[in-house]
Design a protein around this ligand. Sequence first.
Ligand code: PMP
Length: 285
Amino acid sequence: MSRIVYVNGRFWPARKAAIAVEDRGYQFADGVYEVCEVRGGRLVDERRHLARLARSLGELGIALPMSMAALSLVMHETVRRNRVSDGIVYVQVTRGVSRRDFPFPAPAVKPSLVVLARSSDRTRLEAMAAKGIAVVTMPDIRWGRVDIKSIALLPNVLAKQAAREAGAWEAWLVDEDGRVTEGASSNAWIVSADGTLITRPLGSDILPGVTRAVVMEIAKARGLALAERPFTVAEAYAAREAFITSASQIVLPVTRIDGRPIGDGAPGPIAAALRRAYHDHAEFS
Ligand code: PMP
């Protein structure tokens, strides 16, 4: 847990930090967020995360709470004050505080801004990557604009919980045509029998993952075959490798899908190589 939290203009000890009960984030999930990896005390791919934040806010007509330069300073300062070396920084912006009513407040109110930072156990994360994770598939019941990184995550929460109850770490969400959209908190990838990396193309049905974009650049730079197309659950079962990408997990091998071993049931060499190469390509700030 973040010990020092930034809320609306100042840093607070976590137990003193508070948000108004009529914050539209609390009442309507009317807000967006970002998660950026922290490594060696520096932010990873901050520029792309802030660009996606600006886009998410723009799509919902929420103003930036402060300039991007100021927000960057607040993120770095939150990391510093919490002495996070390896971990994440979390940024949440909501439409602000107003009497509960569905339409946007008119005139507009000031957006609320929260920034947290917390450490993660890198040894534990590396052990998880070395072992690989299990995923289970389930129907994607989310709304039609999951390209916006909205804080309305109830379907993702339910999917993740169902995965945990099934002994898996992640849920792969499946559209009505039997094709995988993405993970509950990650993008989904497979490596086909002929060695092609396959991941769903960008659209309103997946989050444009920052890690996904960087991994695509690495794959291109290494001359790996890459196809941005939807893949079915049956294709995933038959894949040589599978993995997920996200800012907090980087590249995490998937070794079982719905209880079936993928490839030889151990993390694949392509996923492992992409994970190792990631931080040589990522931007640090
Ligand atoms: N899809 C979903 C639904 C997610 O929650 C996340 C993680 N925020 C991702 C994909 C991966 O995005 P990124 O690589 O930018 O963390």
